[in-house]
Design a protein around this ligand. Structure first.
Ligand SMILES: *Cc1c(COP(=O)(O)O)cnc(C)c1O
Length: 422
């Protein structure tokens, strides 16, 4: 499938007059269409709620769009909880799916009334000792260990992952939580990341539903919700077929009817904590070619770098690139597209066939709407880019300004370097 950018050269040329590149641009219309599809896909479950994983795109303007669809948020840190609080989510709309959690964050989560999703059995006593009595609703994260394989060969190694309770620990943990006054229970698991198949959620649902029936029978605990967490992927590669959330929702419904309904658990709510699927395709990094370098390979240097988008550098992740205005030209030039960090993996693309690129051309790096801006850092003292929202009416809103040197130097104490420099 041909991957097209959601903006044209004309639109970007206009935007560049006000906002210099690089910047991340988000597509409100696309975000909204996807929200509708997610709602519809799970409308068969009256308690359904998507808790958007804030870490994917922690911008309040975007979170407000999700709020319009009744979606909550999933937090794992102090600042994510603070963002949730500032946006006035109802307590039950905030999931706290953290790990290696400091007591101060458990305290804040409790104060806000967020749903606590324990990552480890020892966190129950830690919470009781450091924070106080448990809330009435508590969730636990499950790790089945071993290798988890989905029908089409996609797999991951939960046995090597740091998250969750073992199966035996879940039975013990639920009993303990019940003794300590917990009334409503949740079960959560996140086994494979970025699954580009409609089978992952339905298969995970079967695993968790069967376990929930066992747990409820063995412990007498009332299971109120099952949280399928994140992991629903997107088609980064042009040859991939994007997931169809309606097929995924129907697959989960089938598992629900096969397993939970006959066990008398037809009132369990389904929760999700999707990040990537909610925002990934509806963002792009817009950057300008500033250098062309010919040595042993052909390099195009752009004005963005791994600080703006880390995935290619740390995972070797593929992000599709469109050279704006050259969408219909032949991809007959082989390039590495690089950023400016003193770090050789600062490359947005390696050995990529693209149309001939001239200095000044605008490149759109696709699918940066999740785990893009938010993963950024400040290596080489490089400053993070702005975030813009392309609104449904075609106008553009600055939703986060670019960092300035003053921001970068702001955390130095006792040394007023910024004053010296300006
Ligand atoms: C990262 C994360 C998510 C979101 O994952 P995606 O792959 O972006 O959907 C959800 N839940 C938890 C606990 C996470 O750590």
């Amino acid at each position: 499938m041909k991957k097209a950018a959601f903006v044209t050269k004309e639109q970007i040329d206009e935007i560049k007059k006000t906002y210099p590149t690089p910047f991340h641009l988000y597509d409100e219309a696309g975000l909204r269409r996807n929200c509708e599809a997610v709602k519809e896909a799970f409308s068969w479950n009256p308690g359904f709620r998507e808790y958007f994983a804030i870490k994917a795109l922690p911008n309040p303007i975007i979170l407000k769009i999700f709020q319009e669809y009744g979606f909550g948020c999933d937090c794992a840190s102090e600042t994510e909880l603070m963002l949730a609080r500032a946006l006035h989510y109802a307590p039950e709309e905030i999931m706290f799916s953290s790990n290696d959690t400091p007591a101060s964050e458990f305290r804040l989560a409790k104060e806000i009334g967020a749903v606590i999703n324990f990552d480890d059995i020892t966190h129950i006593d830690y919470f009781l000792e450091q924070v106080g009595p448990l809330p009435e609703t508590v969730s636990c994260r499950y790790n089945p260990g071993g290798v988890y394989e989905i029908s089409n060969g996609i797999m991951d190694n939960p046995g090597d992952s740091k998250y969750g309770f073992t199966k035996a620990q879940l039975f013990e943990g639920f009993k303990k939580l019940k003794e300590k006054g917990v009334k409503r229970f949740g079960l959560h698991s996140f086994l494979v990341s970025n699954t580009v198949t409609n089978d992952y959620y339905p298969q995970l649902a079967r695993t968790l539903f069967e376990l929930a029936v066992e747990l409820q029978e063995a412990t007498g605990c009332e299971i109120a919700f099952i949280n399928l967490s994140g992991g629903v992927g997107i088609a980064y590669l042009p040859e991939q077929t994007p997931n169809d959330i309606r097929i995924i929702g129907a697959g989960v419904q089938k598992a629900y009817q096969d397993i939970l309904v006959p066990a008398g658990m037809g009132d369990v709510a389904i929760y999700t904590e999707m990040g990537r699927f909610m925002s990934g395709p509806y963002g792009c990094l817009v950057t300008t070619a500033i250098h062309k370098k010919l040595i042993y390979k052909k390099y195009i240097g752009v004005d963005a770098c791994a600080v703006d988008l880390m995935r290619p550098a740390i995972y070797g992740a593929y992000h599709h690139i469109t050279v704006l205005g050259k969408e219909n030209e032949e991809c007959d030039h082989l390039y590495d597209i690089t950023g400016s960090l003193c770090e050789n993996n600062d490359k947005f693309a390696i050995d990529r066939m693209l149309p001939k690129i001239e200095i000044g051309d605008t490149l759109v790096i696709h699918d940066t709407g999740a785990h893009g801006y938010s993963m950024g850092y400040n290596y080489n003292g490089k400053l993070k880019s702005a975030e813009l929202l392309l609104k449904e009416d075609g106008s553009v809103q600055l939703i986060r300004r670019a960092e300035t040197p003053k921001d970068y130097f702001a955390t130095l104490d006792g040394f007023e370097i910024y004053q010296e420099l300006v």
